[in-house]
Design a protein around this ligand. Structure first.
Ligand code: PLP
Length: 451
């Protein structure tokens, strides 16, 4: 029964990113099955998952083809490694498929189990790259405040979440952070375009301060996801690209959330027209059906790695046959059913309009943002002055709880309410999603006397 599961869970299971005492006092909701954009809990409630799990179930739940492929692969070859001059069909096929869908010049991939391990791989790979070119002092990696790059020591160090740095004495040496391109919070009197340039030039300042001979790379998510769906002003990424080109440092796009269609393109880098050297991938790579991640490597870097002897790095499950087979089938489905193109041409503009119609004139929210299948709003005290609530984080958590009680999964990040539904969401489902989200924000607004 639900109660028994909750009690056993509380007795034995330590949850990620959770305060055990409050979680156990409340009792976890037990999710038992899923289909399309919906989850069901053990009490039979049908829940709209407007977060695609953790931004990963891009093709939606319940695709039997993926289960079939996993089953067949387990029968044929459940495990073999790719370390010592061996390979296997699923990993070969997946690698070729990735080269096909990735931007030009990305013909190689290094596999991991997760996005965090992908970013750890990035740290070691960029340092190995520069050392192989005879520039071992080029070690420092510049990333951004509020970026999220995972939970391993390397990933959490690259990440710019101060609450993660506080635990475990992070960041590790050789990683520094600059401002995030968040115009609404930091832009002051500047236009978004002026502010985008200013935020990007923080990178240039930092490179000059550290000395270009010490800087290996810059890493950023095309759209910061866990940081609150922060969509940079249009001037930001072109200026970052100019700076990376001018100083000859590697540009790394963390595509763990943006990759595989979230922005309406295969990769967020394509949406913003940037040309990274490395791209971290995970999540949508398998639509979350199997744990798998990796780093897509541009020819420029791959060529140097190929000539540099052993790269002493890898995981038992790098390119795991079952995960690789599932990821390959996921990509085939995305291609065959034109899921990304269809979303971009049809439901995306439709859902953007619904979101703006629901929230542009809402008294409690501002900075209403849409891009691809990203949707967000910020809770604000006064729109005219862009004044935010001192307890905005608490209010957003209250709003998230209202959503969950009403069978809608959205996330609260700081004082933003954010959402990223499966790319397969239909128009009718978009109607339902936005109507529910609006009803929940309305409820909070009434509680605060703002409606
Ligand atoms: N990078 C980004 C942009 C992410 O959003 C995440 C996870 O949310 C990660 C890396 C870490 O991925 P994982 O949780 O698979 O280790």
């Amino acid at each position: 029964s639900t109660r028994e599961w909750q009690q056993m869970d509380a007795a034995h299971h330590l949850h990620p990113f959770s305060d055990a005492a409050s979680l156990n006092a409340q009792g976890c909701r037990v999710i038992t099955h899923a289909d399309g954009v919906y989850l069901w809990d053990s009490e039979g409630n049908k829940i709209f998952d407007a977060m695609s799990g953790l931004w990963c179930v891009n093709i939606g739940y319940g695709r039997k083809e993926l289960a079939e492929v996993a089953y067949q692969q387990m029968l044929e070859l459940p495990f073999y490694n790719t370390f010592f001059k061996t390979t296997h069909p699923p990993v070969v096929e997946l690698s070729a498929l990735l080269a096909e869908v990735a931007p030009e010049g990305f013909n190689h991939v290094f596999y991991t189990n997760s996005g965090s391990e992908g970013n750890d791989t990035v740290i070691r790979m960029v340092r190995h790259y520069w050392a192989s070119l005879g520039q071992p002092s080029k070690k420092t990696i510049i990333s951004r405040i509020n970026g999220y790059h995972g939970s391993t020591i390397g990933g959490a160090s690259l990440g710019g979440m101060s609450y993660m740095h506080e635990q475990g004495d992070l960041p590790i040496p050789g990683i520094v952070h600059i401002e995030q391109p968040y115009w609404y919070a930091n832009g002051g009197d500047l236009t978004p375009e002026e502010y985008g340039l200013k935020a990007a030039r923080e990178l240039e300042k930092k490179i000059l301060e550290l000395g270009v001979e010490n800087v290996a790379a810059f890493i950023g998510e095309p759209v910061q996801g866990a940081g609150g769906i922060i969509i940079p002003p249009s001037t930001y990424w072109p200026e970052i690209q100019r700076i990376c080109d001018q100083y000859g440092i590697l540009l790394v796009a963390d595509e763990v959330i943006c990759g595989f269609g979230r922005t309406g393109h295969w990769f967020g880098s394509q949406y913003f027209g940037i040309r990274p050297h490395l791209m971290t991938i995970a999540k949508g790579l398998s639509s979350g059906y199997q744990p798998i991640g990796g780093v897509l490597v541009h020819d420029q870097v791959a060529k140097v790695l190929a000539e540099s002897g052993d790269f002493n790095h890898g995981f038992t499950y790098s390119g795991h046959p079952v995960a690789a087979a599932v990821a390959a089938e996921n990509i085939r489905i995305l291609k065959r059913e034109r899921i990304i193109e269809k979303m971009r041409e049809d439901v995306m503009p439709y859902a953007h309009k619904l979101w703006h119609d629901a929230f542009d004139n809402h008294p409690l929210v501002d900075d209403v943002r849409t891009l691809g299948f990203f949707f967000a709003v910020t809770l604000v005290e006064d729109k005219a002055s862009r004044k935010r609530y001192a307890n905005g984080g608490e209010l957003a958590l209250r709003c998230r709880d209202i959503c969950f009680a009403n069978n809608l999964v959205m996330r609260a990040t700081g004082d933003s309410m954010i959402s990223a539904p499966p790319l397969t969401m239909t128009r009718a489902e978009a109607d339902e999603f936005v109507a529910k989200a609006k009803a929940c924000v309305d409820q909070l607004a009434r509680e605060l006397g703002r409606l």
